[in-house]
Design a protein around this ligand. Sequence first.
Ligand code: GAL
Length: 353
Amino acid sequence: MNIEKCYFGEAFGKAVDKYTLTVDSGMSVSIITLGGAVNKLLVPDREGKLADVVGGYDDLADYVEGDGYQGAIIGRFGNRIAKGTFTLDGVDYKLFINNGPNHLHGGRLGFSHKVWDAEAGIEEDGCTLTLRYTSPDGEEGYPGTLKVTVTYKLSQDNALSIKYHAVTDKKTVLNLTNHTYFNLGGFASGKIFDHELWIDADSFLETDETLIPTGKKISVEGTAFDFRTPKTIGRDFDLSYEPLRIAGGYDHCMNFTKRAEPMSEARARVYEQRSGRVMEVWTDQPCVQFYSGNFLNNPDHDFKGGYKQGLQNMFCLETQKMPDSVNRPDFTDCTLDVGETYETITVYKFLTK
Ligand code: GAL
């Protein structure tokens, strides 16, 4: 096992470093301190050959200016908040509007655009990178000074875990996630339609044209969203089906059939047949945003090695609470009070078959 650190550039007047954590199988993860973004993830295939399976940029400027939140920690609130407003204990809060009429992924300069303090360490069974950021009261419109710690751990059994921890000094709302894009054949290998996907979710959230949940939970039964039996992402990818048309593909909050808390089994699994790579998602969170990369057509930002991504070339499985739950008492609770500790974990485990 070993850890390397190098300078990656400068953003917002601060130096940004890149840490690479490597375990004995050869698997490694590179994380930059801007946004705590996973920049590279080398994973063995069934022959032991490594490929980089995540999206990202070579150039720091693309992380600052590009959209898509490649690999980044998302906060304070994953996904959209309708009209960027909510009321907490009778007080109205106004957030930055950065996505049509709505607030998305923490606003103009959310956690994906902060330079985090970093500390690397080697443990008996893996390497860690601990990232810390204190978000001031009122940042992007959110109440409370929020102290956040995110710990990445790459373990000897080829699992990348992400632990989130936060405390606040005033009642607030919080929904942290990670926005890594995957293509298990390698990030530059084209469409994801052949990936076989299993998600143990029995319903998904309907959205309006601005991708805000309407409040309706739809049963996956008999729909393109039924991944309870593994099927390829492409099999039912039909944009004439209304929910897929609205979003340009899969971009929906899938509600797990059961909570795995404490984590006892995977909640989602992806298999790429040519390489044999399998990725399992273990989490204590109630939902996952399955996003099939429907906006990946920005020609201004070249991906690593100059690669041009295209629509549905990578997917995200963003474990989270329900989008816009700040405005819907019947959705998952997303408040964090003084004296409480926000603690969640998600693990992406890699295997082959
Ligand atoms: C996803 C979201 C998409 C899109 C994307 C960033 O998490 O569900 O609608 O905003 O982030 O391009």
